[in-house]
Design a protein around this ligand. Sequence first.
Ligand code: SAM
Length: 319
Amino acid sequence: MRGAEAQRIKDVNVAYHDGAATDYDSKWNIQFDDHAHRMVVEKLTKALGRRPARFGRTLEIGAGTGYFTLNLLRAGSVEEAVVADISPGMLASLAASAEQLGLEVESACCEAAELPFPDQSFDVVMGHAVLHHLPDLDAAFREFGRVLRPGGQMIFAGEPSRYGDRIAHVPKRAALTIAPAWRSLVGAGPRVNGHAAEAEVKDLEPFVDVHSFTPAELDRLATGAGFESVRIAGEELTCSWFGWLNRTLEATAEPDEVPLGWSRYAYTGYMVLRALDHRLLEPYLPPAIFYNLMISARTPDETAAGAVEQQPLQSAAAR
Ligand SMILES: C[S@@+](CC[C@H](N)C(=O)[O-])C[C@H]1O[C@@H](n2cnc3c(N)ncnc32)[C@H](O)[C@@H]1O
């Protein structure tokens, strides 16, 4: 996708994410603490197929409010971090959280396929839930390869799979059908204003997600851009059905009227199912059927001297 259509997608993404930035952390329950760090490391471990070591200089694409980078920085899992995002609003939220946490992070407001960095300037290029927003994926993957040093590591997680995305419509539709009964049960009124900033950009929501992926498509993008050792994994199956059902129900009610007990039940249920998916399903079923896909790959290293990582990361709890 190029030209005017690509520009339209980028413009919509800026408008939507600028509008969503203020409420983004509360909407998606994004935290910067030991638990969140463990979740991020778990995702990286699944993507890489091994526990990651401490990263050197990283670039996060579509960093949003900082879920990956700030959690890794906070736990000392990254030496030097740079974040890139097309939305100034998201970067402003990230900067505010970084300041609160006392973390140093360099940021660039830019499009993923036009990165303002010299060749070979990063050890790791990573991202979470961003590839599906990019209009020109071939150009973006070439750009990731350009800014990575030889033997550098690319890691992306949280990308919707084609199959998982289609199946997710079932719990979403079911939730909309039972929503009035659910609201009476928990004593919440129908959503009128929601989060004020979010309500303003709600109409743009259907236009920001432009892709879902098969494992073969992700593999083709990486190998087409010259990456090696491509690895694709899948995560979240039953927990995504449970999560979408509850999220869709909650989205029909005024946020302040959803009882705390319900939110606790939804979160705990999601985490239990997530652990079951991880132990019982992810090791045995093909990546394509899971809700999220993740990809890791390396840039070629002729000198074979490109060890990106030095020492295995300790979990935050073990530090
Ligand atoms: C779904 S959010 C994910 C944010 C964060 N990575 C997380 O997991 O919480 C997607 C992010 O990608 C950014 N984005 C969308 N299109 C982009 C583009 N063409 N180039 C760079 N960033 C983009 C958005 O502004 C947004 O911050």
